[in-house]
Write a protein that binds this ligand. Sequence first.
Ligand code: PLP
Length: 363
Amino acid sequence: MQIPMVDLQIQYQQLKEEIDLAIAGVLDTSYYILGPQGQAFETEAAAYLGVKHAVGVSSGTDALHLALRAAGLGPGDEVITSPFTFIATAEAIAYVGATPVFVDIDPRTFNLDPELVRKAITPKTRAILPVHLFGQPADLAPLKQLCDELDLLLIEDCAQSFGATYADKQTGSWGDLGCYSFFPSKNLGCYGDGGLVVTNDDRLAEQVRMLRNHGSKVRYHHDIIGYNSRLDEIQATILRVKLQHIDRFNRLRRQNAHYYSARLVEFGVTPPFEDGKGVHVYHQYTVLTDRREEMQKALTQVQCASAIYYPIPLHRQNVFASFCAGLSLPVSEQVAARCLSLPIYPELTEAQMDQVIAAIGKA
Ligand SMILES: Cc1ncc(COP(=O)(O)O)c(C=O)c1O
């Protein structure tokens, strides 16, 4: 059987009645932008995430961009982040004119190493931007302590970690701002682009609300230069339906991950590490191996997908060459050379995972 990295169709078929009804409701009202569905989703998401404010925006990239702008970051400011992430994390820093400072990762969790972060702080550092990569919470306690101690902003990239917790508190609720993506394949995904910024700070929430809607609080009154970056009503209504199921989706992802891990160790691959400080929600299931090419070949032969997230760390990307020349971040480089992501989604069956495992065993 063919096994894709993610199968969005199964989940849609399971929720079809609820989702079709919700979308039809929006079409019946013809209210598409900044309406009651978006407001209700923001209230429900804030309650779920345990934060005071949630502001819907048009993508995870925009969530990061508007969060950094609302926080007042700009040219001359340094923002410490991970080099082992999707480009959007660092792009957002560049959008506001600040400088991304890449710091190496922990070899087991693939997330920022707090000790190395401390060493990278300079008088220009204004913020730390951890990424909860693959759904594994970054080590937030020492990062938060560092931010409190040095009066730095903590801005979390939660694009891959909706529902993940650290010390029993949701990722995204630890920082000054938390930024989510609802790209369709995410743990909580809509049917297009979407994103969310969360915060407990009234002023930051108001800034993000204005920035997403042309710098305006009152229609046709513009106080700052903003953007068109709103979460639309159809996406919001879909997200309201799916939010009710997110804990089950994440539970199933974890169950599948543990099924893989229990069986893959015998083939000499290093399964994902759980550090016990939080709950990993397995946006991706990523192993380390020295035989990546052979494994990908064996998987392709039996029509199983696999992917390399991410093959080139950001400090080695052409776009950042001008200020990263000569920068060596050995852990990120080694992980990028050895990582392999296998299909994972809530509806994946044991028979499908057995097929993946068998191909890996063969390789
Ligand atoms: C870690 C990370 N940050 C940011 C983003 C950007 O989100 P979006 O694709 O919704 O713009 C993504 C996802 O694509 C991501 O994986």
